[in-house]
Ligand binder design. Structure first.
Ligand code: PFF
Length: 458
């Protein structure tokens, strides 16, 4: 009686065994926090830079709308119905709908992907922390081209320093996740995301004051279709997946803390718009500085770690701008890292007697250890190759080429083809026309899009 009253009071589904988001807003901020990460601030700008600007951006927007949106909604729907970690939620839904138990594979590959990605995501988060330290202590002031390149190369060549920053980054991540869903993840996101927004506005404001702003705007928004190759298409789709945190069990796990009051499609639209707006804003913060200083937009992964410090080094007040920028990068990385840890923690918590704290600690330490192998790829273990790739690249390759597309594909196929349609229509709160459009997109457009990327990347 007491139990059912508690469940009734929280409006949760029967059989709920864990906490929930404190409010709809809290959930959305946490989901945006997960989506907005290094992918937006670090990867998106350099991908745009390498793929020729606005043509890439437009394809990317189409991928977000046609493939990203339905898959976020599908992952949340699975999590919300299951109310458990991704593996158990899939098991529960497969059983309730009399489908093959093999569907749990989707939960397994997703949880595994989040776990593996965090190991190297934390290493890059560590770079951001290191640069925040450099910027705040004035080390970037007056830096020249050779020194900017050397700073980055020296960081990568020094396992001890990398280890310190990777450890600090994982410690922060573990400390937040250990406090639970609403008290840890949601609270951290409520604090860090607004701060991120303010910093970004300041940096875009600075960008507007430089003479590179016009060039940056046309670079981002005026497409040159000749740049649109098959490879650019694939990169755009792959990135749409990564940036929305899809295919890693993360959105399934976040959905498992949801009640029925949330409109999934509307929330998915909010997250996709916020994520895209922040990626574009990051471009509007970074490209003006790059153009105004006559630097190379196509610098690749080094764009924010080499090109930007060089630009900041030559500006009055550059140390402050650089500190703001790297704080932005760190905040973005932390709110994503906590989401990457959650699916595995939720699983260990629900399947063992360790409790939240123990589960977070055990899982976090395992990720931390794997991260050490990843950071050694840049120095001591650079010769240790698995099928021709170092550990860092192997982790990236295995997750982005296999685990993410397979999990995303499995999630959307399961919801679109294996769940009873009327129930899905009710869950998505769609009228008949809306649901027909959903069926078309979820059954054909999105899965075919993912399949194309998956097959052509092999
Ligand atoms: N979406 C994050 C980004 O754009 O950096 C990265 C990420 C976070 C990917 C969480 C996957 C994930 F589950």
């Amino acid at each position: 009686m007491a139990v059912s009253m508690v469940q009734g009071a929280t409006g949760a589904a029967a059989g709920k065994i864990h906490g929930h988001w404190s409010s709809r807003m809290g959930f959305i901020i946490a989901a945006v926090g997960s989506a907005v990460g290094l992918g937006n601030v670090w990867k998106f700008p350099y991908m745009v830079g390498q793929s020729g600007g606005a043509a890439f951006v437009l394809v990317y927007l189409a991928c977000i709308a046609l493939i990203g949106l339905p898959i976020i909604a599908a992952e949340w729907l699975i999590g919300r119905r299951g109310q458990k970690n991704p593996v158990n939620s899939m098991a529960e839904l497969a059983r309730a709908n009399r489908r093959s138990r093999l569907w749990i594979t989707v939960g397994i590959t997703g949880t595994l992907a989040g776990f593996l990605i965090l190991s190297f995501y934390s290493v890059i988060g560590g770079w951001a922390l290191a640069y925040l330290g450099d910027a705040a202590s004035g080390n970037l002031a007056g830096i020249d081209k050779a020194a900017a390149a050397a700073l980055f190369d020296d960081l990568l060549a020094d396992p001890g320093t990398l280890l310190v920053w990777h450890t600090l980054f994982m410690a922060i991540t573990i400390a937040i996740v250990a406090r639970g869903v609403s008290g840890g993840i949601e609270r951290a996101s409520r604090l860090l995301m607004p701060a991120l927004g303010v910093i970004l506005l300041v940096l875009v404001g600075y960008g507007m004051s430089t003479d590179g702003f016009g060039a940056a705007v046309s670079y981002l928004f005026a497409p040159d279709w000749s740049k649109l190759t098959g490879e650019v298409l694939l990169a755009a789709l792959g990135h749409a997946f990564f940036t929305l945190s899809l295919g890693m069990g993360v959105m399934m796990a976040y959905g498992s803390y949801l009640g029925d009051e949330v409109n999934l499609l509307r929330a998915a639209r909010t997250v996709a718009i916020a994520d895209t707006a922040i990626a574009l804003a990051a471009g509007l913060a970074i490209f003006p500085i790059v153009f105004a200083n006559g630097l190379d937009v196509g610098a690749g992964p080094g764009l924010v770690f080499v090109t930007l410090p060089l630009a900041f080094g030559g500006i009055t007040g550059g140390s402050i701008l650089a500190s703001l920028f790297f704080a932005l990068l760190v905040f973005a990385a932390i709110t994503s890292a906590i989401s990457l840890l959650e699916p595995a923690v939720e699983m260990v918590e629900e399947r063992t007697a360790l409790g939240r704290l123990g589960a977070t600690f055990v899982t976090g330490i395992a990720v931390w250890l794997l991260g050490i192998a990843a950071l050694l790829s840049f120095n001591a273990w650079s010769e240790v190759l698995i099928f021709g790739r170092n550990v860092f690249d192997s982790l990236d390759w295995l997750t982005s080429k296999f685990l993410l597309p397979l999990t995303g594909l499995g999630a959307i196929l399961f919801v679109a083809w294996r769940l009873e349609p009327h129930g899905v229509q009710r869950d998505l709160r769609l009228g008949d026309t809306g649901f027909s459009i959903w069926q078309l997109v979820a059954r054909f457009v999105a899965p075919i899009g993912v399949l194309i990327v998956f097959i052509s990347s092999l």
